[in-house]
Design a protein around this ligand. Structure first.
Ligand code: SAM
Ligand code: SF4
Length: 473
């Protein structure tokens, strides 16, 4: 048996987390075991991200730190995968000479071949081809990479939208959807190993299957719903230009679909949206939000915003703040614009200074903080079904001043809010609290980024969610 270890560092988005799962499964299939200690690894893989300059810097800084390890252990294999690998190709060898392997976003399936070849011939390999037929290698059936209750499933790869700031179409290639049967098989297999919630991933899930003439996205959701034992379905990302009534209707009628949508607006100024090539206006976005809230009251809405896009004036920025005030998002991911290679906005010459971008980011985050707090506060006193994801030991002081380690459970509401809670001190009920269970929780406190609750009941075997009636205390 191969007595070798791999260390896997994942940087970036959920797509990379999913791809890392595939990488880990392939390496485990070769006989490698995973280690969390760099020094014990025979193979180190860095799965990189290049969406913003900061993520790319993080990858190079980690790779730089591996030089001394390689010096001590020359047989160590260092591989770079993901979007930086795709973007930089063999330039990585010049910048980081101790790297052995550069494999792009469509080459993951060939990883075992690369490693065998490097072990045999001690050569360097680069494979960053992008084709119209990307590597849609299915996840190998079997135990998933992590033991979590909730996991990601990629339903499509690449992107055809070409937003002017974005590197994704250049490093992930054109949009391709996976066949629904493969997706269903994969989720069924994950459920066999204890997964209760899946997040379906794509850069624009609304266009799932359109090019290939497969099912529409709402139809796919309908099929995923039929999987027995799966309790919750999430998805990301939905592009506002394609977000339509059929999806709104699916959120209303598909009882496994969570009451949360991430709908990145990027800016509140029509002028900037046009320069970004987003293909919708502020009014169109607001109309869709109104329809969504009308049909699905209580749904949580989160978004992405870029500040300091080239040419963004104070007036444009104020329009973004106005839009935020009108929508009052439950949460927001705000990013400072950064130039990315090959993205058209690199050529735009009216760049905003770093100082101004930071100032705008601060203003925007302060405004959002109020909305997030208010949204969380509004849940105090309500009863929420929480899907328990895990527990951690926390030290607390009991009523006679002793420090005690207690289990603190953590899970999420269907609206994707994190809820922490302790046992209820009701032994029969507490015995039922486990990862993967739905626990009815009374929300007692709201914080900036989480809620605190008290368990009042644990789901009976039905696995029903919304408007859950049958639960046992
Ligand atoms: N496909 C998704 C969509 O269209 O909404 C977005 C995916 S992208 C991986 C995640 C977020 O990164 C984007 O929504 C955008 O806000 C941000 N982003 C992308 N390129 C950026 C850039 N050059 N500078 C700053 N933020 C950027
Ligand atoms: Fe990038 Fe736009 Fe595609 Fe999203 S839709 S991945 S922002 S090009």
């Amino acid at each position: 048996m191969l007595n070798k270890f791999f260390y896997l560092n994942t940087i970036g988005c959920q797509m990379n987390v999913y791809d890392s799962g595939q990488i880990a499964t392939l390496l485990t299939g070769m006989g490698y075991k995973q280690t969390g200690i760099l020094e014990t690894a025979d193979l180190i893989i860095v799965n990189t991200c290049t969406i913003r300059a900061k993520a790319e810097q993080k990858a190079f800084s980690f790779l730089g730190r591996l030089a001394s390890l390689k010096l001590k252990k020359p047989e160590l294999i260092i591989g770079v995968g993901g979007c930086v690998a795709q973007q930089e190709g063999d330039h990585i060898f010049k910048r980081v000479p101790h790297v052995d392997l550069v494999f792009g976003t469509q080459a993951i399936g060939r990883l075992p071949l690369f490693i065998h070849k490097i072990v045999e011939k001690r050569c360097r390999i680069v494979d960053v081809g992008l084709t119209e037929l990307p590597d849609l290698t299915d996840r190998q059936p079997g135990r998933p990479y992590s033991n979590s209750v909730s996991t990601f499933v990629t339903i499509m790869r690449g992107c055809d939208n070409f937003c002017t700031y974005c590197v994704v179409p250049h490093v992930r290639g054109r949009e391709v959807s996976r066949h629904p049967d493969r997706i269903i098989d994969e989720i069924r297999d994950l459920v066999r190993f204890g997964v209760k919630e899946v997040t379906l991933l794509g850069q624009n899930v609304n266009s799932y299957g359109k090019k290939e003439g497969l099912l529409s996205f709402p139809e796919l959701l309908q099929r995923v719903k039929t999987i027995e034992g799966l309790l919750r379905i999430r998805f990301t990302t939905s592009h506002p230009k394609d977000f339509d009534n059929s999806l709104i209707n699916a959120i209303k009628t598909n009882e496994k679909l969570c009451q949360h949508i991430h709908l990145p607006v990027q800016s509140g100024s029509d002028r900037i949206l046009k320069r970004m090539n987003r293909k919708y206006t502020k009014t169109l976005y607001l109309d869709k939000i109104a329809k969504l809230r009308d049909t699905c009251p209580g749904i949580a809405i989160t978004s992405d915003i870029i500040v300091g896009f080239p040419g963004e004036t104070d007036t444009d920025f104020n329009e973004t703040l106005e839009l935020m005030t009108m929508v009052q998002f439950d949460g927001l991911f705000a990013f400072v614009y950064s130039d990315r290679p090959n993205a058209p906005a690199v050529q735009f010459n009216d760049k905003i200074s770093e100082q101004e971008k930071r100032k705008r980011l601060q203003t925007l985050l302060e405004l959002q903080e109020n909305f997030t707090r208010e949204k969380n506060q509004a849940l105090v006193g309500s009863i929420q079904p929480i899907l328990v994801e895990g527990s951690s030991k926390k030290r607390s002081i009991d009523n006679i001043g002793r420090s005690r380690a207690t289990d603190q459970w953590t899970g999420r509401t269907t609206t994707n809010k994190i809820v922490n809670f302790n046992y209820s001190n009701d032994p029969p009920m507490d015995a039922k609290i486990l990862p993967g269970k739905i626990v009815q929780t009374k929300i007692e406190k709201a914080y900036a980024h989480s809620l605190w609750g008290k368990p009042i009941g644990v789901e009976s075997a039905t696995g029903r969610l919304k408007g859950e009636k049958s639960y046992a205390a």
